[in-house]
Design a protein around this ligand. Sequence first.
Ligand code: DGL
Length: 268
Amino acid sequence: MNNAPIGVFDSGVGGLTVAREIMRQLPNESIVYFGDMARVPYGSKSKDTVISFSRQIVNFLTEKHVKAIVIACNTASAFALSEIVAETDFPVVGVIEPGAKTADEITANNKVGVIATEGTVKSGMYSKVIKSINPDIEVFQKACPLFVPLVEEGLLYDSITIEVADRYLHDLLSYGIDTLVLGCTHYPLIRRTIQKVAGENVSLVSPAYETAKELEKIISKNNIESSLESAVHRFYVSDSADRFKKLASSILPCDIDEVVHVNIEQYG
Ligand code: DGL
């Protein structure tokens, strides 16, 4: 059981920013990653749809005998975390609480911006969690739906991405935020572009780092640390394995030998 893998999932490649951090912080832990490339984006879908997609993926990961799951997608964490936690008997970690905690630690003027998908913004989950930690923090949110396709297309530093970031961040910056939460796991991949537009006085928060730390705590609390000398990572997708492989190899510190296509709908 201890040497069983951690299940990590996202709507696409964004969750690899969380997987990368888990690989760095917990090098003995194996990962089974699922990227729902066929159904990305989750951010514009309804809560019920995201819950049902998440359930299918959890069923798939459970069949792979994972010992814990990280929902490496803010939209799925916002909409489905409580359902998944209630339905599974192993630990499940989302990305919103770790990101909210970091924002509270970092902000000096109590003005925090959150950029995320439409679904995450509409759920109000970041505001709710940040305010439950510190009610004095003002939270300003902005949905940035074009960022996900730009990342999935690999346009990380392109002038078009700078232009889009400029438009999206304009209002948030005018509120005087000193901290900006990258509330979608795709956004750390365009961190440099976002920082350039936001300016050096705004601290960017990527929940990936804190999520991996949270996972470490949970693994140790449950006494399920892996004793493997070298971890084995496996990757599964619901669409073209080649496209995923190309993007993933530029994100992860390791080579990916194999990406397997899965018909995820059959796990309903
Ligand atoms: N990476 C996902 C998130 O963190 C969602 C992107 C999408 O599917 O819309 O919300």
